[in-house]
Design a protein around this ligand. Structure first.
Ligand code: CAA
Length: 297
């Protein structure tokens, strides 16, 4: 079956899907989301950017504040895998709407789960499709990013936020704990004391606090957020896709290992870039005072 990206591109080039509607939320007011793939009920997918090299995914269960039901996550995982495999896509943006990035895993759906059913099906295993992606993923967070919503943002590589965003891990309020990385990734972002406070109280933090803590890298006015996030994705897309992938791997290694073995890992990747055409091209272009022409090789 053709990938969603391929279908989108084919339809766009034929102008078949110019019936797309403007997303209602103001943060997406300049972006048309096309109903490209009828099989997706819980997300909208588009390819944006001047070079059409940014894969854009909007979580789309507005009535449930984008609660992350299983069907949504299956769709999200599939599109991320498709974008990762699509050579024309340089980076991926995941966003929600003005009220919610995502208010967490779907409480109504998991209400009757039990230990055995979770363990048997590997509940939430689809989330690994996001963390396994080789390409950069940027979260553009407006509104609530709570529980699994905050965890989804943290699965991304960079978090940009609108100034009214609210982050939190309120699972404690409903008698459980974060189950998709909140107790592990949050302390790595913000340190133990703040992570403990957030996880043990269930309190929300606003965008500026989140930026101050290092959870969010930048905060923008609500209506500018998506535009600025796409600009960031496009900026990343000017570089060699191969070297971007290696750089992402190397930064991620910092979360997996000791400083000493992380530095060794970085060195081996750094040396490895010298076996690539893109490294040769990048340095030649610098010396010859011209823009580089990367070939992903
Ligand atoms: N799951 C399912 N439905 C949800 C939901 C969730 N996580 N969050 C919101 N909704 C639904 C509400 O039930 C409501 O639906 P109905 O209209 O059918 O009643 C609709 O979205 C709108 O929500 P509210 O009326 O509650 O909106 P509000 O503006 O008054 O409050 C809120 C917003 C503070 C975010 C509140 O909805 C809330 O507290 N949501 C739950 C947040 C939460 O606990 N998240 C953690 C989930 S567990 C988890 O994520 C585990 C994990 O680690 C993977």
């Amino acid at each position: 079956m053709a990938s969603v990206a391929a279908i989108t591109r084919a339809l766009l080039s034929k102008n078949v899907i110019n019936t797309g509607r403007f997303a209602a939320a103001s943060n997406t007011s300049l972006i048309k989301f096309y109903s490209t793939a009828p099989e997706y009920e819980n997300i909208k997918v588009d390819i944006v950017g001047a070079k059409k090299n940014v894969g854009l995914i909007q979580l789309n269960r507005p009535k449930a504040l984008n609660a992350l039901c299983n069907a949504l996550f299956k769709e999200l995982g599939k599109v991320v895998i498709d974008f990762d495999a699509d050579e024309k896509i340089s980076a991926i943006v995941i966003t929600g709407n003005e009220k919610a990035f995502a208010a967490g895993a779907d409480i109504k759906e998991m209400q009757n789960n039990n230990y055995s059913s979770n363990a048997k099906i590997g509940f939430l295993k689809e989330w690994e499709d996001i963390s396994n992606c080789g390409k950069p993923i940027i979260a553009a967070v407006n509104g609530f990013a709570l529980g699994g919503g905050c965890e989804l943002a943290m699965l991304c590589d960079i978090i940009y936020a609108g100034e009214k965003a609210k982050f939190g891990q309120p699972e404690i309020n409903i008698g459980t704990i974060p189950g998709a990385g909140g107790t592990q990734r949050l302390p790595r972002y913000v340190g133990k004391s703040k992570a403990m406070e957030i996880v043990l109280t269930g309190n929300f933090i606003d965008a500026l606090e989140a930026e101050k803590m290092g959870l969010v890298s930048r905060v923008f006015p609500v209506e500018k957020l998506l535009e600025e996030t796409i600009k960031l994705a496009e900026r990343i897309g000017t570089h060699s896709p191969l070297i971007v992938k290696l750089a992402k791997q190397s930064v991620n290694q910092a979360y997996e290992t000791t400083l000493k073995s992380g530095l060794q890992y970085e060195k081996s990747i750094f040396y490895g870039t010298f076996a690539t055409e893109d490294r040769k091209e990048g340095m030649s272009a610098f010396v010859e005072k011209r823009p580089p022409n990367f070939k992903n090789n």
